[in-house]
Design a protein around this ligand. Sequence first.
Ligand SMILES: *[C@@H]1O[C@H](CO)[C@@H](O)[C@H](O)[C@H]1NC(C)=O
Ligand SMILES: *[C@@H]1O[C@H](CO)[C@@H](O)[C@H](O)[C@H]1NC(C)=O
Length: 283
Amino acid sequence: MLGKIALLVLSCAACQAFILGRNQSHWDGLKVTWGINPFSSFQGVPRTKAEATSDGWVKMDTGTACQNGPFLGERFWKDSDLGVILLYDVNGYIAGIQAGIEKNYSPNPNHYPFPPLVSHPMVANGARFFITAYFVPTDKICSTGRTETEFRTQGTGTGLWIQNGTNPLTDSEAIPMTIEAARASRWTEGKCFISMGDHFWYNLHKDMSCDNLYPMFLLYNDNVLNGFGWAFAMNIQSSKRLEHPGQSVYGSFMKEVPTCLSSLGTLTTLHIYLTSSAYGDTC
Ligand SMILES: *[C@@H]1O[C@H](CO)[C@@H](O)[C@H](O)[C@H]1NC(C)=O
Ligand SMILES: *[C@@H]1O[C@H](CO)[C@@H](O)[C@H](O)[C@H]1NC(C)=O
């Protein structure tokens, strides 16, 4: 009897959250890359500029400006990997994350990004396109920044904003923080995948044109947003952090897989976790 109860409790996601004392709204981490190999996946990335510097991340831009081109925050990358670029506010606390694509990257048979995605959200800057998400209100990043106390109590951030235009202050769109809000929005509910969460895609339809496939998805666990990710219709082989899901698994993330996806070839994705453990992500 006791054994049965224990089994029941362990297999129930809500109870598990209770047992582990997890609060999925409290973003106590920042991890990237889903995978079956724990040594190369779910890797924590630094949430302060000081930690980044000591961990081998280097500045992408010259100078000490907080705003670089159309993006807010000092940008850091590691091993010249465009797959994960971290953004820090004026005080050196994490403010966002970005991924980049070389404009002349070859092979890019799809000539990605497709025209409807250019500038929103794929913002051109020099020889590259970038997609950018912020974890704190954009007007704070390069003005006051966060205090140490705010960072300690708030964690990775207080919300999620996607830069959907060339002006990060006016074009950043707030992402729904609860699954109820997401269901009432233009984000389309997909499927739950353990160790990821319940996926939401932007305005997804079976008969849509993949030119409009928005390269961001959202992840909800325990009914709240605790992760998200990128999905590009191009095969980017230059980053060891990026993922390449096969055609056969699209149906595990989407309720209705758009027909156009079958002719797009290999996609590139990245799962980004805002909490410290993806293992508790049971939707
Ligand atoms: C969960 O975390 C959020 C964000 O930090 C906080 O506002 C909320 O009060 C927490 N809930 C509980 C039950 O501790
Ligand atoms: C981004 O901007 C485009 C162009 O204005 C718009 O069609 C799309 O709905 C926006 N996406 C989001 C997530 O706000």
